[in-house]
Design a protein around this ligand. Structure first.
Ligand SMILES: Nc1ncnc2c1ncn2[C@@H]1O[C@H](COP(=O)(O)OP(=O)(O)OP(=O)(O)O)[C@@H](O)[C@H]1O
Ligand SMILES: [Mg+2]
Length: 286
């Protein structure tokens, strides 16, 4: 690991920090093979996700859209290893997922930082747990990556929502995961901050190239970020459409006015509208 402490100028520090983040694009192959997931409800097993198969290439950015309650978080939690599937199998880089692991980082909608730790301590936590003697240097590198070096000694409550979420991303990346699982990470942010975070996430991903599985309700966000948009049916959820987003990168806000973007957005909207109506009717029947 390069020595950030010995770097003098801002340029030197940036170069050292960048060199310290080993870019990887060869890992992060996800295979979800005929997976069904269910929960016990009133003594009966209720299916939540049924017969779902997804294959994601290393380094791909895949958005998942679906109506509320269709099982998006459940599926993501199964890839994370928190919820075992009832049938089928999930593998990451050929290894069966049997529980949580540092190869899969998770970022949630609610900022889940340790409130009693500083930004630096929060980000260093994962590498420290993995026994890395250079956990502080790793943390500094990722804090720099998300543009928060000046806030390294602050506590979460002293930061805005967007800043806390950037710390959450830095913390997840500091374990060098092959896969980053994001469950509506920008859902609690105002629209201006949300747009800034989307662009900033794409910049981070362009550098880090980890595989990203990104759950959202927001069609525009799904298309803007993804190489593909997977659309889930109303509950019990399964994939009903896999839409390739062949828009150029790097992407910036102006892309959302492009007619190809608008066409893709319309395609997603048509799928999601029918499923959302079904989900609404299902929820009203309960
Ligand atoms: N731990 C649990 N025990 C029992 N039922 C659960 C559990 N977690 C989720 N469910 C049920 O599974 C279904 C899918 O929930 P999930 O949170 O995966 O949906 P979602 O698509 O993420 O919804 P939203 O868009 O609102 O976040 C819901 O009916 C929910 O009530
Ligand atoms: Mg959810």
């Amino acid at each position: 690991m390069p020595n950030l402490a010995k770097a003098q100028t801002a340029e030197e520090k940036a170069a050292v920090a960048k060199a310290g983040r080993q870019v990887r694009s060869d890992r992060g192959h996800i295979l979800v093979d005929k997976v069904s997931i269910g929960f016990e409800k009133r003594g009966r097993r209720t299916p939540v996700v049924t017969e779902t198969s997804i294959e994601i290439a290393p380094g791909q950015f895949v958005s998942i859209l679906g109506p509320s309650g269709c099982g998006k978080s459940t599926l993501l939690n199964s890839v994370a290893g928190y919820i075992p599937p009832a049938s089928g199998q999930i593998t990451v880089d050929g290894k069966a997922v049997t529980g949580p692991g540092s190869d899969r980082g998770m970022v949630f909608q609610q900022y889940s930082l340790f409130p009693w730790k500083t930004v630096r301590e929060n980000v260093a936590f994962g590498p420290r747990m993995l026994g890395r003697a250079d956990a502080g240097v790793v943390a500094d590198s990722f804090i720099e990556m998300v543009g928060l070096s000046k806030f390294a000694k602050r506590y979460p409550k002293e930061l805005s929502g967007g800043m806390q979420q950037r710390v959450g991303i830095a913390r997840a990346l500091a374990n060098y995961p092959s896969v980053l699982l994001m469950d509506e990470p920008f859902g609690a942010l105002d629209s201006q901050t949300r747009h800034m975070m989307q662009e900033s996430l794409l910049q981070i991903w362009a550098e880090f190239r980890t595989t990203v599985l990104f759950v959202t309700h927001d069609i525009e966000e799904a298309v803007f970020l993804g190489d593909r948009v997977l659309i889930m049916s109303a509950s019990p959820g399964h994939i009903i459409a896999d839409i390739e987003v062949d828009l150029p990168r790097p992407r910036a806000a102006a892309l959302t006015d492009d007619c190809r973007f608008l066409q893709l957005r319309r395609r997603c909207h048509e799928h999601i509208r029918a499923e959302s109506l079904k989900a609404f009717e299902q929820q009203n029947r309960l």
